[in-house]
Write a protein that binds this ligand. Structure first.
Ligand code: ATP
Length: 343
């Protein structure tokens, strides 16, 4: 049976007049890659710090593996935190950095060096043990920090924007690798990020934070395909909010609906519009942006409002895209892609 690694009940924390965490309930399962996603200031880091024990909650309860730890010191919790700045010791070698936590715990030398080497292999840094942090790239330093966290085999690894300092290419590469490493070691990872693409790429499940609360918890597909609120729809991906009559082209469909940009086809205004399962609207292209693999259209609808549509550039060239600006178009989508937001 799958166990619960972390359980939070009505967790609360304020700093002076600022409410950082306003009542969070959450269960994270053993072995999950779980992301906390939200805009700056939404309370993700504070929740992570509460779980680590660096902050004391004003209210609520924290359990790790079924044991209450709410009042325990950080070292009494079976968790390890990886920070964005890595916090490596510059005067120690990579191997010494990784073995350090075991030294503190008085693990015999031969054993801790063997464990350090194992951990370095897990993060694909064999052969780098003798270097100092200054002799490594940003991505390699990131891996040393990870190896240092893995060496003590914590039950839970807390990662606070660990890829934030890396450039985009390296960041994307590390996303894939971090996920692979997590799968291999099987430790629960709790990952804080404000980058929705990163969360969608890496996570088994995501909690979307909004102003100190969780707006939705779900798999990447659930969050993207079935956003629970307009906030989630717009924070994760691009939202196109419409009322039911326009979205479905049927009577008796009240409520607010969301359609993802890639589900909308951009056609010439004169295109056939009588496909029964599709809804269609006409409008004028306010902007068309060539993005290499795709083109992003902003279309002002005749009935008012604006939709974003993204199309693959199968045959479309940059010149074609420029010609679209100001032109009349028909937008079409299958009705099942217009997803009602719970009110
Ligand atoms: P970011 O992505 O920018 O790190 P976040 O979602 O992690 O944001 P938190 O760092 O948890 O958000 O902050 C939540 C709120 O609590 C913010 O308004 C922040 O200013 C406030 N806050 C956090 N820590 C402190 C502190 N030590 N003292 C005062 N206010 C704080």
């Amino acid at each position: 049976m799958e166990g619960i690694a972390i359980r939070l009940q009505d967790l609360r924390k304020s700093f002076g007049g600022t409410t950082a965490v306003a009542g969070v309930d959450l269960e994270i399962r053993d072995g999950e890659f779980f992301s906390m996603l939200g805009p700056s200031g939404s309370g993700k880091t504070t929740v992570l710090r509460l779980v680590a024990g660096f902050e004391t909650p004003d209210g609520g309860r924290i359990e790790l593996a079924g044991q209450e730890v709410t009042g325990l010191a950080p070292f009494e919790r079976d968790v390890h935190t990886v920070f964005q700045d890595y916090a490596l010791f510059p005067h120690m070698t990579v191997e010494q950095n990784v073995a350090y936590a075991l030294k503190i715990r008085k693990v015999p030398k031969a054993r801790r060096l063997a464990r350090a080497r194992e951990a370095l292999a897990e993060v694909r840094l064999e052969g780098y043990g003798g270097r100092r942090p200054a002799q490594l790239s940003g991505g390699q330093r990131q891996r040393v920090a990870l190896a240092r966290a893995l060496v003590g085999r914590p039950r839970v690894l807390l990662l606070d924007e660990p890829l934030g300092a890396l450039d985009l290419k390296l960041r994307e590469q590390m996303q894939t690798e971090l996920k692979a490493i997590q799968r291999e070691v099987g430790i629960t990872f709790v990952f804080v990020t404000h980058d929705q693409e990163e969360a969608l790429t890496m996570s088994d499940r995501i909690a979307v934070f909004e102003q100190g609360r969780i707006a939705q918890v779900g798999t990447p597909a659930e969050i993207y395909e079935r956003p629970a609120t307009p906030f989630v729809a717009s924070f994760v991906g691009t939202s196109n909010l419409l009322d039911g009559e326009v979205a479905h082209r049927v009577a008796g469909a009240p409520g607010t609906y969301n359609i993802r940009p890639e589900k909308i086809r951009v056609l010439k205004e004169s295109a056939e519009a009588d496909e029964p399962e599709h809804a269609t609207v006409t409008g004028t292209v306010a902007d068309a942006v060539y993005l290499g693999d795709t083109t992003r259209f902003l279309v002002d609808l005749d009935g008012g409002g604006r939709l974003t549509a993204v199309q693959q550039n199968l045959e479309t060239s940059a010149e074609d895209v420029a010609a679209y600006r100001g032109s009349r178009v028909r937008l079409q989508w299958h009705r099942r892609h217009a997803v009602r937001l719970p009110s």
